[in-house]
Every structure is written in C-alpha cells, then in structure tokens.
Design a binder for this molecule. Structure first.
Ligand SMILES: Nc1ncnc2c1ncn2[C@@H]1O[C@H](COP(=O)(O)OP(=O)(O)OP(=O)(O)O)[C@@H](O)[C@H]1O
Length: 519
C-alpha cells in the first residue's frame, strides 16, 4: 500500500517552540510537588514509586505553576505513561469538589481502550472519594444508565418517572470514560445526562478521532459543555469555535462551575497521542485554548528507547514457515503478530493450527469479534494462558499488556504511524522489546524509509537457525496450504449459500489503517 502523498502543511506557531519532555527525569513520588497523600498511597499500591518524565511535565503544567491555564497537546512515545499523565492531575484537581456531577470526560476510540483507561482511574479516583463511570457500546444501556445517573429518593407509593425528574436527576459519576458512539447515545437519550459542569475533556489517541467519521461527537461535546453556548447549533459551532471561541478568554476561577451567579471556568482540554497530528485543519476542530505543545525530542516521532527493530526477509509464500520458525526460536515469549486485515488474521490462525503441536499457545483478536470474546482473549493473554496473539490492527493502539516481549509484523505496516503503534505494544514503561518485520526483498527500501520517518535509524537483520525453516517445509508443502485452501473454499461456499448468492462485503482492514494514513 502506497503511503499517501504528503501535503506541505504549515506548522502552527504554538507547535514551533514546544516543551521538550526529554528535559524531565523520573521523579520519586515523595518529591512530586503538592501530590495528595491519598493519591501517593494509591500509586504506591499500584507499585508505582516515581512519575515518568511525561507525567512530571504534565503535572507541572496542571497542578504545578501551569495550573491548567492552557490546553495541552501531548506527543509522547508509546508506553511512556500518558494515561496516568492526565488521570493523576485531573483526579487531584477534582478531589476537592463538593457536589458530585460529571466534571471530566475521557474519550477513547475503542471499547478495549476505554476499559483499560477506566481501570487506571479506578485505581486512584476512589482514594479521594471520586466515582468513575464507563460508557461503551455492546453493553446494556439501561444498566449503564443506572450506574451513571442517581435516581431520586421516592416516597412510599411514588414511581420513578424520568420525564418528571429531568431537572433533579444527578450524575453518579465525577469522571466518565467513554467511546464516541455510546457517549452520543447518552447525550441524545439519557435523562439527566449533562455535560454542562464539564471541566476537563481528554481526547486520547487524538489522531484517530480527527477523522471524518468520528467528527460529530466533538462539536456536540464542545457545545454542550459550554453552558452559555448551548444554543449554538452544531452546524455553526465549528465556525464559531474556530474564530470567536479562540479569541474569547473565559477566566478561570476557583469556584465550582455552572452554579448560579458564579463565573464558569473554561473547559480544559488535554489531547494526546504517540503520533499527534500537526495538521492545522484537524487540530482546529478541537478549538484549543492557548495550546501548549509538549513533545519528546526534536523529531516528529519517537519510538521507545529500548525497542529494537529487526527484519526477516523471505519469499511471500514462505512467510508462514518463517513465522513458525521465528516463534519457535522465541520459545514461548509473549508475542503479538500483526496482519493487515481481519480475514488474514483468521486465516493465519487457522494455518498455524494445521501445524499441529507447536510449543506455544495461540489465539486471535480482531475488531468485529464480540466484546466478551475480545475481553476474554485479552484476559488470557494478560494472564499468560496465551503466548502468541494473532491480531489485526484492532489492538495496535494503546493496548497495554504487560510482558509482551516481541511484536511481529507478519504483514508490513502500511504507514509509519501504524508501525509506531504496533511496535509500541512492546518495550513499554522502560522495558526492552523487539519488533520483527517479515519482508519480501522488494519491500526493504520502503521499510527502511518508513523506519527513518519513525525516528529509527537502524534495524537488525534477524537470522533463523539454518535448518529451522527446512524442517517445517515438507509437512507444510504436503498438506497445510492445500487444507487451508480447501477450508477457505468450503467456508465461502457456505457463506455464499447463506447470503443467497449475494456477494460478501469486502473484508476490511481493521480500524487502524485509514486512521494512520493522514497527516
Ligand atoms: N510512573 C510509572 N511507574 C511505573 N509504571 C508506570 C508508570 N506510569 C505508567 N506506568 C505503566 O506504563 C505502562 C504504559 O503506560 P500507558 O498505557 O499509559 O502508556 P501510553 O503512553 O499511553 O502508551 P500508548 O501510546 O501505547 O497508549 C502501563 O503498564 C503503566 O501501568
């Protein structure tokens, strides 16, 4: 797949002189200025003894002298601890709140990521009496509403009628972690769900969001979280915020926002990614207020310090054999193998199963599996019951699984951003890791160019033990491919019959693909 042609975009003035996160060092918890003792204890319970550089940098711009005065755009490598970088200051800041209402909204592109981020908030927020909610699809909306909205206490014989109680309904949660679709469902239909008290908006994996199909939630949230602007229609809001909104300065004040007679502090936004877009038109959708750019080093992208990039060259048809030989050599170390689509993920998993007894346990993960299946698979992978996870790009962004030692690109990443996010599933939190890419000879040049863009100057050519591939060859050539082809044929015949001869929908490239293409 060809990388889309680069447009020469002007660099926004505020992006030209960023804060370099590299100038910060790990900071022991005892030395973090103003850190609430209860939060320190909660962090220690998580076995965290010091803050990482990006967490220190963000802390200083929020709780420290920066005092949340500016919106923050944070570009920091995969696994560098961005989640806690925003969760900790928000929780500390809300710890003094008097009334429970929805004050912080964290939006993530996938359910799996939302679940993961909620766990981080759950580990610290209860320590200061805050409640965290979750709004994601593929779960019962009624159950979700019952966790998000407090029902009023009723007298004997009275029944609950949400219409009648609309103005009195209160949020049960102070912080909400959500995916855009379910968030919009609540905005449109849940009685008592209100964004008018919102103080903090976090857009994690920002560049995934600033794509067309995700755009509608953002203007809606911006409009509804600004109480005096609720009448601005969504049609006019993007113009409004890109012009008047940026010139207007709502003064921050230390009072609870949204209550009668008090000034409303503006909504503070934190946007983050390991591959933050620099495209002015995309960033303008966020209506950033006096933004401050925090980035790591002088280059646009940075991959983790202790990540080693390796290549393995072979002919296309030999890829399965090289993969099996490579996995055998890794001796059960936790690995994620990335393919280019859901279909290829299923196919490769089936193919590996034809090899019979292999010295590692495999499973598969792709975007359109049921949520319960995906969560179960991730859980088993985390627990070490699975050694090798074959996956589409559904897992490429943000997913944090401890102990992943290797990432293998069975299919080369189509874009530099995809490479960075896939590779970033290993070498997290200062650990070491390797990212292997299986390539055809002709792909080498393009791969090296991509590595350079990713800020990685070198890669190691990995060699397999001389006979490891040859040993697999006879059994593979005699039967596996043939059986897989027959299996494929059978499945498509059945599907064809079920669909009444209607052509099947094109098997898609899973979520990451198109997202990584732009800017
Ligand atoms: N201060 C810390 N000390 C030790 N471990 C930490 C600390 N902060 C975060 N971690 C751990 O580092 C890992 C990576 O953190 P996190 O998922 O927030 O990274 P990220 O920067 O968001 O990565 P990505 O860009 O891939 O989403 C997690 O396992 C987290 O528990």
């Amino acid at each position: 797949m060809e990388e889309p042609k680069k447009r020469n975009l002007p660099i926004l003035p505020w992006m030209r002189r960023p804060v370099d996160i590299q100038q910060f060092e790990d900071c022991p918890l005892g030395l973090v200025p103003c850190l609430d003792q209860r939060l320190q204890a909660a962090l220690e319970k998580m076995t965290i003894s010091s803050l990482f550089p990006v967490q220190v940098a963000v802390w200083l711009e929020t709780i420290g002298p920066g005092s949340f005065e500016r919106d923050l755009c944070i570009n920091s490598p995969t696994g560098s601890g961005k989640t806690l970088a925003y969760a900790l200051p928000i929780v500390q800041q809300l710890s003094t709140r008097k009334i429970s209402c929805l004050r912080a909204l964290v939006v993530l592109p996938t359910r799996d990521l939302a679940l993961q981020v909620k766990k981080v908030f759950d580990a610290i927020a209860p320590a200061v009496g805050l409640h965290v909610g979750l709004a994601v699809g593929q779960s019962s909306i009624e159950e979700e509403i019952s966790t998000l909205i407090k029902k009023p206490k009723l007298g004997v014989g009275m029944s609950f009628d949400p219409e009648g109680f609309q103005t009195e309904l209160q949020s049960s949660v102070d912080i909400l972690v959500a995916t855009p679709g379910r968030l919009m469902d609540h905005i449109k239909t849940t009685k008592g769900f209100s964004l008018r008290h919102l103080c903090y908006l976090v857009v994690d994996e920002t560049d995934r969001f600033l794509r067309e199909e995700y755009q509608s939630w953002l203007p809606t949230v911006l409009r509804l979280s600004c109480p005096d602007q609720q009448e601005v229609s969504s049609h006019t809001s993007s113009y409004y915020f890109s012009t008047i909104g940026q010139l207007r300065t709502l003064r921050r004040c230390g009072v609870e926002r949204g209550f009668k007679g008090k000034m409303s502090p503006r909504l503070v936004k934190l946007v983050l990614s390991a591959t933050l877009t620099q495209d002015p038109s995309k960033l303008s959708q966020l209506a950033l207020h006096h933004p401050l750019f925090l980035t790591t080093g002088p280059k646009r992208y940075k991959i983790p310090e202790r990540l080693e990039s390796c290549t393995l060259i072979c002919e296309s048809k030999m890829k399965p054999l090289y993969l099996v030989a490579l996995l055998q050599g890794l001796r059960g170390e936790k690995c994620i193998v990335f393919t280019s689509s859901m279909k290829r993920t299923r196919r490769l998993t089936t193919l590996l199963k034809f090899f019979g007894e292999l010295p590692f346990k495999i499973s598969q993960f792709w975007g359109q599996q049921r949520q319960s299946t995906r969560s179960k698979t991730l859980d088993s992978f985390r627990k070490g019951e699975i050694d090798v996870l074959i996956s589409s790009d559904a897992i490429a962004r943000g997913m944090d699984v401890e102990g992943v030692r290797n990432v293998i690109n069975y299919d080369m990443a189509p874009y530099v951003k995809t490479y960075i996010h896939r590779a970033g599933r290993t070498a997290r939190a200062g650990q070491s890791g390797r990212c292997f890419t299986i390539l055809r000879k002709g792909e080498m040049k393009r791969f090296k160019e991509m590595l350079q863009k990713a800020g990685e100057g070198s890669c190691t050519a990995h060699t397999l033990p001389a006979d490891s591939v040859d040993q697999l060859r006879p059994v593979y050539e005699s039967g596996h491919l043939k059986r897989l082809k027959e299996g494929d044929l059978e499945t498509s015949k059945k599907k064809g019959m079920r669909a009444g001869g209607i052509k099947r929908k094109k098997d898609d490239v899973d979520v990451e693909g198109a997202a990584a293409a732009g800017d």
